[in-house]
Design a protein around this ligand. Structure first.
Ligand code: SAM
Length: 279
């Protein structure tokens, strides 16, 4: 964490503790905004509008600098980044901070990678706001699996290859094996998109094949989907663990017959009008 971010975090906690100038200001509101997978062009027009009106932004580590730069320079930025091993702010403190800032009269944007309601803990933040009587609005975002599939040209559902798709977490509580319905996930003609599953790829492959999924089932891994440095790996369930060994970064693992359509050879289409305009 940078020194500036640490100072901002401390200041915000003080505001939260003191209740700030609550008495003299109108009640604020919280916006839970999906920032999409990274490419600013995948931000919705609504997300952009809300971001431009932000007074305080609490953002994740997955939100790109390009997107943050779209907010007014006057907006206070607080990095509440989380990772499996490092919690900058525990979730309960984030909830308290959102509520306190809104009660202090601020227009608060909680900016999250992808969609706030897909493994984003947006539901807990919404509940905290509701319980405190704070107005909270949700702006959906493009979730990582959709960006990964779009990038590779592999549809999540496809006539004759995938009649359904399931999004699961590959990360069990406290780093344990994910507790998933392996039999259901092993059904053929069904796509399984796994978030936070890179370090568990070997376990996932073993569980799925033990439950009956064919090891020859096509698989796609997209690292940093829609971001600079996007990487795509096409493989099979049987080779998944070996093919992702040593791979780092936010990644989705997508397993299913429809992943036979995935293309790992074309250059990533990480384009941005903003980046072009900046040249
Ligand atoms: C805590 S979850 C947040 C998911 C997010 N709310 C969403 O809707 O995409 C973090 C996981 O999302 C996935 N992820 C997020 N952004 C990604 C990206 N640009 N490329 C690949 N995977 C990504 C990875 O599996 C990562 O470990």
């Amino acid at each position: 964490m940078s020194r500036q971010t640490a100072v901002e975090n401390r200041k915000s906690r003080l505001i939260a503790l003191r209740g700030g100038a609550r008495a003299s200001r109108e009640k604020g509101e919280v916006w839970l905004v999906g920032a999409g997978p990274g490419d600013p062009e995948l931000l919705t027009i609504k997300a952009l509008r809300v971001l431009k009106g932000a007074e305080v932004i609490l953002h994740d580590g997955l939100v790109s600098d390009e997107i943050l730069s779209l907010a007014p320079t006057s907006a206070q930025r607080i990095n509440v980044a989380k990772s499996k091993s490092r919690h900058t702010l525990p979730q309960e403190e984030i909830n308290r901070l959102l509520v306190a800032l809104a009660l202090d009269g601020r227009r608060v944007v909680r900016l999250k990678g992808g969609d706030p309601f897909v493994f984003g803990r947006g539901g807990e933040e919404l509940q905290a706001c509701r319980e405190a009587g704070v107005d909270c609005h949700v702006v959906p975002g493009i979730t990582a699996a959709l960006a990964a599939c779009a990038s590779a040209g592999a549809p999540l559902t496809h006539r004759g290859l995938a009649q359904s798709a399931t999004i699961v977490t590959g990360h069990g509580a406290g780093g344990a094996d994910p507790e998933l319905d392996w039999a259901a996930l092993a059904r053929p003609n069904h796509t399984v998109a796994i978030y936070m599953g890179l370090s568990m790829a070997a376990v996932i492959a073993v569980r799925l094949t033990a439950a009956g999924r064919d090891p020859a089932t096509p698989a796609l891994v997209v690292v940093n989907a829609s971001r600079d440095g996007e990487q795509r790996i096409t493989t099979t369930l049987g080779s998944l663990a070996a093919d992702v060994a040593g791979v780092r970064g936010p990644a989705v693992l997508i397993i299913g017959e429809a992943m036979a359509l995935a293309d790992a050879t074309t250059a990533p289409l990480v384009q941005s009008v903003l980046r072009e305009a900046a040249r």
